[in-house]
Design a protein. Structure first.
Length: 55
């Protein structure tokens, strides 16, 4: 995985997790949604890394 793509997944995951942490005080449903999106984003980063390693 290129450094730029790795940086993108790292920064986007941090932003999503920060938004989830902030939203806990406002809405539980929004916090759960952002948490799921965060886990999905991190998982997608691993998928992309594995696909690029194979080819």
């Amino acid at each position: 995985m290129s450094k730029g793509l790795s940086l993108w997944f790292a920064v986007s995951s941090i932003v999503l997790l920060t938004a989830a942490a902030i939203s806990i005080s406002y809405s539980a449903w929004l916090a759960i949604l952002l948490g799921i999106l965060s886990v999905g984003n991190i998982g997608w980063g691993f998928v992309v890394k594995a696909r690029q390693r194979r080819s």
